[in-house]
Each structure stands twice: as C-alpha cells, then as structure tokens.
Design a protein around this ligand. Structure first.
Ligand SMILES: [Zn+2]
Length: 427
C-alpha cells in the first residue's frame, strides 16, 4: 500500500511540544491508527486520502469493461461505451477533432430551396451556399423562407469562408440577409459573384462583403483556415458558370456537386469538367460525394439540350413569320437568352427583354462575359413596339405563371407596352 513513509514529527519548542502532546493524547484515545503512531493527524489523513485514491485506481482497473450508462437516452441510443472502448478509440486517434457535415437547410426538406451546408473541423467552419425557398401557396403572405443559422451565429468566429456553387436563388437568395450576421470572405465563379453582388444591391444592411472570384478552369485552390481548402470544378446547369465544390479536409476530400446536368453541346462551349473530377477521384479519392437530387425519384429523362431548344425556336420563327413571338423563361437562363438572340438574328428579328430581374441578370452576364450579344438585335421595349409584328420577339419572365411576372401582366392587359393579341405566338 504505497511506498511512502510517514513523516517524522518535527522538532518544536518545549511549550508547543507540551501542548501538542496533550492534544495528541486526546486524539490517540479517539483514533486507533494514531494510537499506534507518533505521527501528526493531518499527515495521517493525507496518507489515508492517498491510499483511498490508490484503491480507486486499482479497483477501477477491474471494472474497465463494465458499461456505465445503460439508458437508451445515454446520448448514443443506448449503445454502451466501456473505458476499454474509449481507450481503443484514443489509440486510433479518437482524440483528434472530427469532421462535421451540418446541413443548415435544403437537405431532406419539402420543396426546393434554402440550400445551405456547413462543414466544421476543429476551429474552422466553411459554408456552402445560402439559398432561400419560395414557399408557394402553403404559406400565404410569405415571400420566402430562409434557413435557421443560429448554430452558425453562435460560432461565427470560426467561419473561414462562404463558397457558392451557382447563382440560382435557392442557392444564393439568403445571402443578403445573412452575410452581415456571419461575415467571412466569399468565394465563387465570376458570374456567381456577379449574382451575389446584385443581391447585395437590394440589401439594407450596408455591409460590404469581401468577394473573391475563383477560376474553375485553372483549378485554383484557396486555403480556408487550418482545416479546409476549396476548389471549383465546372459543371453544366441552366445558369452560366455553375460549379461543384471540392473541399479538402484533414480527413479526406469532399465534393458538393451543386446543381448539374450533362450537356453534349453547351451554349458557351464549356462542358462539365469530368476530367478534373476523375483526376481528383483517382489521385486523392473522394471520401464523400454530396449530390443534388432534384426530381431524381421520377423516371425517364427530362432534359432537352439547349441545341434542341434552339432548333425549336427556329421552327417557331419559321412557322409564324408574321406574328409577334413572346417567349417566357427564367430570369437567370442566360444561355436560353443567348440562344433566342442567335435565332432572332438568323430570322431577321429584333429582341426586347422585359422584366426587372431579367434585365438585371443580363447586365451581370454581360459584365461577367458569359453572354455574347449579336450586333443590332436587342432593342428597347419603347422602340420594338413601333416595328411590324414580323420583326418583334419579346423575352420575358413568367414561364411558371407567376402572378406578378411580365407574361401574366401582358396577358391580363396590365402591361405598359404589350397587350397580347390573337395573332401573337406565346412560347
Ligand atoms: Zn440551380
């Protein structure tokens, strides 16, 4: 029982020793251990405490494999972790920080939108996308729903960067509402940064984000904190400059696909960079692939390439040579607009764009160089209505029958310039 020897009584002056002796005699009557020693009381108690610690240590060695908390509410659904388990985990590096993949919004939720993913490792957090959700008729009076970022606000000192896959609102729509609450540098492709800046034009916070354009063509990498580095990989989608994000972490490589499709002949000639993706998979291995899955449960193919659509526009312009042609599309379908412009030029028509968001996006696209506008095709709305019908093509928002969009206003007679008449062709 412990190799320690009890300390010798110290030499005191005569008086003290006498008083001490009296006290000791009283104590010796009460304490059987002290009764056999000349040692002071505190010394003995310290020795006894040491002994009991030894006893605990020794006895715990025999209890090591006995599970402790048997409740199903033990935090692991009732799974038992013995001390031996914990020792094993430690030997395998269990005391290193682990990577946490935290869907803030968009994953496994009803509706399409509010995509937002956080990755956390040790003292670093990075965030991919900040979308909102158009709630539709289920939430009357609600314009959009944003994710709950409480978790991130509580850890905003750890946030090293925001990465964006592409400029659709279900991926960037909440940016202007959140960036000042969880500030960090922003990374995205050129057009996507343009769309984010456009978002901030409507922000009320006055916050100036730190934008950084990443070039997917050069496989540019950026280190974010100690734990992460990111790289963008080109994908095809219904908006220009869409990318997947490759995230290198201390535990392995993660890929967030963003929204994507395969296109044999993309309008801008920039194909899905499968070669790069394969290179990363072959050389580094991909630990986790986070794939978008919109409509993945419905069977069959849903997509026609932009080339097919270009031919269809050509046919419409051919078949209805004397009519005004009114085409609706999403305001961010820059490549669709490019296609329409090219077909209009071929058929000697002029094009006017209608709708605030469409014009804004067109400007962003021009600045980012992702649209090539043929000469002398675009006209202002005020001017195009003076042309004969066979020269007029209008491109507007409202392809989904949105109440306030341009197409709806044209149809109901509420639009300033255009009222749809019988001879018009609406695509
Ligand atoms: Zn998208």
């Amino acid at each position: 029982m412990g190799g320690r020897r009890l300390a010798k009584p110290q030499e005191d002056d005569a008086n003290k020793r006498q008083n001490g002796n009296e006290r000791r005699q009283q104590q010796q009557q009460q304490n059987t251990v002290l009764a056999r020693t000349n040692t002071r009381r505190g010394e003995v108690q310290r020795a006894m405490r040491r002994t009991s610690e030894n006893v605990n240590q020794v006895s715990s060695q025999h209890m090591i494999d006995i599970p402790v908390n048997k409740s199903v509410y033990n935090g692991y659904q009732g799974r038992q972790f013995s001390m031996a388990d914990q020792r094993r985990a430690k030997q395998q590096g269990g005391n290193r920080p682990s990577l946490r993949v935290i869907p803030i919004g968009g994953l496994g939720e009803m509706g399409i939108g509010k995509n937002m993913m956080a990755l956390e490792y040790d003292n670093d957090i990075i965030i991919i996308d900040m979308g909102f959700l158009f709630p539709g008729g289920d939430y009357p009076g609600i314009n959009y729903i944003t994710p709950d970022i409480t978790y991130l606000e509580e850890r905003k000192h750890k946030i090293r960067g925001h990465v964006f896959t592409h400029g659709h609102l279900d991926h960037v729509g909440a940016f202007r509402h959140f960036i000042h609450r969880i500030p960090a540098p922003v990374y995205a492709s050129k057009f996507t940064v343009g769309m984010l800046q456009r978002q901030m034009d409507e922000a009320t916070s006055g916050f100036q984000p730190n934008y950084n354009v990443l070039n997917p063509e050069t496989h540019e990498r950026v280190q974010l904190g100690d734990s992460f580095s990111i790289e963008l990989v080109r994908v095809n989608h219904s908006i220009p400059d869409a990318t997947a994000v490759v995230i290198r972490t201390p535990v392995g490589v993660l890929v967030d696909s963003g929204d994507w499709r395969f296109e044999d002949a993309p309008v801008d000639g920039k194909k899905f960079d499968l070669d790069r993706m394969k290179e990363i998979a072959d050389n580094e291995g991909i630990l986790m692939f986070m794939n978008e899955s919109t409509n993945c449960e419905s069977e069959g193919t849903h997509h026609h390439g932009e080339l097919d659509i270009k031919q269809s526009f050509g046919q419409v312009m051919e078949n209805y040579q004397n009519s005004r042609i009114i085409i609706s599309c999403f305001s961010s379908q820059i490549h669709r607009m490019q296609t329409i412009l090219e077909e209009a030029q071929t058929h000697g028509r002029k094009v006017a764009f209608a709708g605030y968001s469409m014009l804004q996006n067109l400007e962003v696209a021009l600045r980012a160089g992702v649209i090539k506008i043929p000469k002398d095709v675009i006209m202002k709305m005020d001017d195009i209505i003076k042309l004969p019908d066979n020269k007029v093509t209008i491109v507007c928002t409202g392809s989904q029958g949105e109440f306030n969009a341009v197409l709806n206003r044209m149809a109901s007679g509420a639009h300033k310039h255009i009222k749809i008449k019988q001879s018009d062709v609406v695509v």
